[in-house]
Design a protein around this ligand. Structure first.
Ligand code: DX5
Ligand code: ZN
Length: 220
């Protein structure tokens, strides 16, 4: 297992100062930048689209980890790739042909991620493991920051870690939702090696310190 990567989610940042908020976590030691795209249809909230990602791209060297909570997703993949996404996550629940979406992401030269909601069993993504670089385990129901970590997802993380190892491929397992210094040790012990955190970073006054605290909490 790799040491966990930290991916601050700008969903909890100050949207009026987005470029500064990105620069602050970049300077503070973030590994990736997590960008939550919501469509008010797949999830009951709206955020931003490719134009904001494109606008931020010029000022940041961080890998952009783009989490698409949109349905349909296929018509927009190229747009997000062109805007500067490095990783594109699509939801297994976002349609019957996610296998094709993942192939498209790879053909666009980007890392492919599969996101999985709390209600969906690990087995649902078995058929796409050969296409993914990252599994994003939702530890809340997607749509909002600041929700409570759903403990029942820990056994799913363990199951997915075993499936990832058995695949023989180098697959990161990210956790997204309710990640803080309390929940991090359980998530990483279960096999997560990427931590998305919104509130636990942007809700603090010192982002570097908040990220260090998460890293510290992830150590066995
Ligand atoms: C929720 C988003 C998350 C969100 C997490 O649908 O996918 O990335 O920003 O926020 P926290 O860390 O506050 O739970
Ligand atoms: Zn997310």
């Amino acid at each position: 297992l790799h040491p966990p990567l930290i991916a601050p989610s700008v969903l909890s940042a100050n949207f009026a100062r987005m470029a500064e908020e990105v620069a602050a976590v970049e300077k503070g030691g973030a590994d990736w930048l997590h960008l939550d795209v919501m469509d008010g249809h797949f999830v009951p909230n709206l955020t931003f689209g490719a134009p904001l990602i494109k606008a931020l791209r010029g000022d940041s060297k961080l890998p952009f980890d783009v989490h698409l909570m949109i349905e349909p997703v296929d018509p927009f993949l190229e747009m997000f790739a062109k805007a500067g996404a490095d990783h594109i996550h699509v939801h297994i629940e976002a349609g019957p042909h996610v296998h094709r979406s993942l192939q498209t992401i790879r053909a666009l030269g980007k890392k492919a991620g599969i996101a999985i909601c709390p209600a969906t069993p690990a087995s649902a993504i078995a058929h796409v493991l050969d296409l993914v670089d990252i599994i994003l385990v939702m530890t809340v129901n997607p749509g909002f920051g600041g929700q409570r970590f759903i403990e029942s997802q820990l056994s799913k993380i363990r199951e997915l870690r075993a499936m990832a190892e058995a695949s023989g491929r180098d697959i990161r397992i990210g956790v997204d939702g309710g990640i803080d210094v309390e929940t991090t040790p359980r998530a990483t012990a279960a096999g997560a090696d990427m931590l998305v955190a919104g509130t636990a970073i942007y809700g603090q006054s010192d982002y570097a310190r908040a990220m260090n605290a998460l890293r510290e909490a992830s150590r066995p």
